[in-house]
Design a protein around this ligand. Structure first.
Ligand code: MSP
Length: 496
């Protein structure tokens, strides 16, 4: 049986217009999922939408339509974008689906029956924009809009009961929260006593949510609903085989803005329900634009659709993956996008393919020459290709995606250098078989680089493999001599 690999993105608020930040998390998950599939893992990649809560209810009321209709109209904006970005998700979950509502209610009942949910009166400051009660200190910061004082009877989850257990778990499991500075942040946060979590909303205030199974006057708090999507999609409570195959998730990929909900709320909920904790919660940084977080309210968002239309999907995917060091913030600028595109894709990768295929067409009737017996400089190339395959495998498993891409590009550059040193274009007049050997070595190197870059740029790399009529093995020597190259356009035309 193959090893299994389960990766998730946050489920996005259905009200948001998807921007490059949302696209980033989803592309990142897609790239990782494709890498693991390529490595032979059975892979389950989940994304979806978070559809309940106050903001959706208000938006629907403003439009004088039912919240469900509102969600059904909004959902295609995400689905279309994911299609356009060639996202290979295996499932798309919406929290308004019946399968999810059932799991949330079963989960709530289970935690209630364990005695971990109680009813209490609560007075506090409530942030409508964040849909949660906030502390007075938080209210003083400018991070919250629409703050109201609320006095309400509500249900509470005994989060405090699991504080010590959670701290111990995080301390024992070094990879549970990554990168390490986020782990430290959470351990720091958990030094203060943890409050219990208000997990209900009275229907008279908000009814767009999942009803509590033990009190029909209330719906559940959006986060208690949303987080559970990660187990719903595995078949929890419905199909034990699938559930056992996928759960616990290998990665919950999230942005740093939702670390506390994932690294504190979610694990304590799971501890109460007696469900194994996910293996890793990985928080990436933000895409900034002019040094501010991209967000709808600031109005500095980059629209991924405009970019794709202008430059193609793969270059956008490449840029996002290459430019962000996982865990840190990165700045999105058109200038750096164009620079990256021209130097890495047009110059290094695209040109190499052009040079090799043009020489083969001109001198070998377009037929891939024989590899022949290798010279020491060829052996060096083979060795560095093999090493590259191992390094990329290792780096991806350590979530060093940008480094793995950089290594592939270094290899590509070294092949450009190899071509310059060996000069097959000059050699071909007197020594056709040596020149042929060099072109084979360069061609096979391009093929392997294309296989390794396929998770990042699935389309353009498939084109490269099509040019060479070749498969996706990363073993040296798979490239077929004697087969006719297919014609191709310039892979990455330079941006002026
Ligand atoms: N619905 C919640 C998540 C529930 S998960 C159980 C939510 N949704 S969201 O629509 O606001 O999307 C949040 C995610 O989008 C972030 O965690 C992050 O992954 C991504 N990003 C949104 N803006 C971003 C940037 N400017 N930069 C990078 N990623 C950002 O929170």
């Amino acid at each position: 049986m193959n090893k299994s690999f389960y990766i998730t993105t946050p489920i996005y608020y259905v009200n948001d217009k998807p921007h490059i930040g949302h696209a980033y998390t989803t592309i990142l998950a897609d790239v990782i999922a494709r890498f693991y599939r390529q490595l032979g893992y059975d892979t389950f990649f989940l994304t979806g939408l978070d559809e309940h809560g106050q903001k959706v209810q208000e938006a629907a009321i403003n439009r004088k339509i039912e919240p469900q209709d509102h969600c059904d109209e909004m959902a295609p904006r995400f689905i279309d974008l994911w299609n356009k970005l060639h996202i290979s998700n295996d499932d798309f979950i919406r929290t308004t689906e019946q399968r999810h509502k059932k799991v949330v209610q079963d989960f709530l009942q289970l935690v209630f029956d364990k005695g971990d949910i109680y009813k209490d009166e609560y007075t506090g400051l409530y942030s409508v924009s964040e849909e949660r009660f906030i502390t007075e200190k938080e209210a003083e910061s400018d991070n919250f809009r629409d703050i109201k004082e609320l006095k309400e009877i509500n249900y509470f989850f005994k989060m405090s009961k699991f504080q010590a257990e959670l701290v111990e778990y995080i301390e024992k499991n070094k990879n549970f929260i990554q990168p390490i500075h986020r782990r430290n942040e959470i351990l720091g946060f958990l030094k203060q006593p943890l409050a219990d979590l208000c997990i209900s909303r009275p229907k008279k205030r908000l009814n767009w949510g999942i009803e509590l199974p033990f009190d029909t006057d209330y719906v559940t708090y959006v986060w208690f609903d949303a987080l559970i999507n990660y187990v719903t999609a595995t078949g929890y409570g419905k199909d034990d085989n699938l559930y056992n195959k996928w759960w616990p998730a290998n990665y919950h990929l999230i942005g740093k803005d939702i670390l506390t909900t994932h690294a504190v709320y979610w694990p304590t909920m799971l501890l109460s329900a007696g469900i194994t904790l996910p293996k890793t919660i990985f928080a990436h940084g933000w895409w900034l634009s002019e040094s501010a977080k991209m967000s709808k309210s600031i109005g500095n968002v980059v629209n991924p659709l405009d970019l794709i239309e202008k430059y193609g999907v793969d270059p956008v995917r490449y840029y996002l993956m290459r430019e962000m060091v996982l865990g840190q913030d990165a700045n999105f600028t058109m200038e750096s996008f164009i620079k990256r595109y021209n130097s890495d894709l047009a110059n290094d990768f695209g040109n190499l393919l052009n040079r090799v295929s043009t020489l083969i067409k001109k001198n070998y009737e377009g037929i891939m020459p024989e590899q022949g017996s290798k010279m020491p400089e060829d052996e060096e190339v083979v060795e560095s290709a093999n090493q590259l395959v191992n390094n990329v495998d290792k780096k991806v498993k350590q979530m060093k995606i940008n480094e793995s891409i950089e290594e592939i590009m270094q290899f590509v550059r070294s092949i450009n250098k190899y071509m310059e040193d060996q000069k097959p274009w000059a050699l071909v007049k007197d020594n056709k078989s040596s020149a042929g050997r060099i072109l084979y070595i360069a061609g096979e190197s391009i093929r392997i680089a294309a296989v390794l870059l396929s998770p990042v740029m699935p389309n353009r790399c498939a084109e490269v493999l099509y040019v060479f009529n070749s498969g996706r093995s990363t073993n040296w020597g798979e490239l077929k001599s004697g087969s006719k190259l297919n014609d191709h356009k310039t892979l990455f035309p330079r941006i002026q």
